[in-house]
Design a protein around this ligand. Structure first.
Ligand SMILES: [Cu+2]
Length: 449
């Protein structure tokens, strides 16, 4: 099948499938009409672009609960978001045309307990350039039903967070049109729904030597863990920093971002100074955010204690698979919906719009790198450096006794989710993230920095 024919076939197949699923609400002629007239895949992309992206028309599935009539006994958690366009920095200098929830990419993380009612309000400031929407995957509602919120307006909806896990939320565009642009420009975040009865202890089977013989050595770690959040996405950019839909259709990633930034968690000039004795001598292969002049955008590292149980909340917000892997470690346990999916796995595949929890105990001090083990993703930004214990003997050098460098340097604010019932507090936090200056100042005050 040649390229052109294959493209026609796939779009037509999607159209037929969608027509079957959505019946009369599906505007079949729109896509098929455009598709058949297209002479090449480039034509097709421009046709789809001209009609404002693929318009999906959803049936009326909407599992909202009445905000004015919430069942007694349920805890209600309010979650207020704003939709704001902003120019934000991109690797290599310059900015891109970002779209944000509340002035940050990713948007604020919502953390609730299974069974809580989420009351989400989306407000669009009156000077905002475009309407926005919201689709929270922790609820069970189709993307189109929340609708568009116009500049100067607010819209609230409520739902019960029934299923524990890590769930995406994202802008649903302008009645679903341009949803791809809004999400891939930064309008995404996560909801963490903690299991009602907390997380299960982690059991890791290792071996030891007893009386000259290798025997099993079972280690049990309590539910409490040091927690991080890592959200993967792609940027598809024009030279001017706008969204390039034709690149998206061809899966031509400009940059891969983790929590909004490419190579955001790598050493910076201060780490060079501490470890190499020279701020200009880089330790890592890519350090694009070295200078303290970059403020909240200066890269930071993730610091962990040796032997500490770590819980990673991971979400694939993007358009490419994430092969989640930690260079130098084996993932002790993978959990989705509070069900153990794997134990002792080297890598775990997270598809588009899928979340996972990875539990890991780092047994040895050293430097580890969390990657999307797709080389194109690694080389375009999906490498996040973690330092465990004191591998550089800095305690000796500084006269300190820190179990992890977080005690001295802090962990980056954008990698730390809100506290849950089984969270271990980070000893210190530094301000890091793809925040507007306004949002960064708010957080500085909140964090007491
Ligand atoms: Cu939007």
């Amino acid at each position: 099948m040649n390229k052109r024919y294959s493209m026609l076939f796939s779009v037509t197949a999607v159209a037929v499938l969608a027509a079957t699923l959505f019946g009369s609400t599906y505007t079949q002629s729109q896509i098929v009409g455009s598709t058949m007239a297209a002479k090449s895949s480039d034509d097709l992309i421009s046709k789809i672009h001209d009609m404002g992206g693929l318009k999906l028309v959803m049936p009326q599935a909407f599992a909202a609960v009445d905000c004015a009539n919430i069942e007694e006994g349920r805890n209600v958690v309010e979650f207020n978001l704003t939709g704001e366009s902003a120019d934000l920095p991109v690797i290599g200098g310059g900015t891109y045309k970002a779209m944000t929830f509340s002035g940050q990419v990713p948007g604020p993380t919502l953390r609730v307990t299974q069974g809580d009612v989420v009351m989400m309000t989306l407000t669009i400031p009156s000077d905002e350039l475009t309407p926005h929407g919201n689709d929270m995957h922790a609820s069970e509602m189709s993307a189109g039903n929340f609708g568009k919120v116009l500049p100067g307006q607010s819209h609230t909806y409520c739902y019960v967070a029934q299923v524990p896990g890590t769930f995406k939320y994202h802008c649903s565009g302008v009645d679903v049109a341009a949803m791809d642009q809004h999400v891939l420009s930064g309008m995404y975040g996560i909801t963490i729904v903690d299991p009602l009865n907390g997380y299960a202890p982690l059991v890791v089977d290792k071996t030891t030597v007893k009386n000259g013989q290798v025997v099993k050595d079972r280690q049990v770690y309590p539910a409490d863990a040091l927690e991080f959040q890592l959200q993967y996405n792609q940027l598809y950019l024009t030279d001017a920093g706008g969204y390039d839909q034709s690149k998206m259709f061809k899966h031509e990633t400009t940059w891969t971002v983790v929590n909004g930034m490419s190579f955001g968690y790598v050493p910076n000039a201060a780490h060079n100074e501490l470890i190499m004795g020279d701020a200009k001598k880089n330790i890592f292969v890519a350090q694009p955010w070295n200078s303290p002049d970059l403020k909240q955008y200066q890269s930071q590292l993730l610091f962990i204690e040796e032997g500490q149980k770590v819980r990673f909340f991971i979400e694939n917000q993007g358009n490419e698979p994430v092969f989640f892997h930690i260079v130098g470690e084996i993932i002790d346990r993978v959990v989705q919906a509070n069900v153990v999916q794997a134990k002792g796995t080297e890598t775990w595949l997270v598809g588009g719009s899928q979340g996972m929890i990875a539990d890991v105990v780092f047994d040895e001090p050293g430097v580890y790198v969390a990657v999307n083990h797709d080389y194109a993703a690694i080389f375009t930004g999906a490498a996040s450096v973690m330092v465990v214990g004191d591998p550089f003997n800095l305690n000796q050098q500084l006269g300190t006794n820190a179990k992890s460098y977080a005690e001295l340097l802090g962990n980056p604010s954008d990698a730390i989710p809100p506290m849950g019932k089984n969270s271990i507090a980070h000893p210190k936090v530094n301000l890091h993230g793809l925040y507007t200056d306004e949002r960064a100042n708010e957080l500085k005050a909140e964090l007491g920095l």
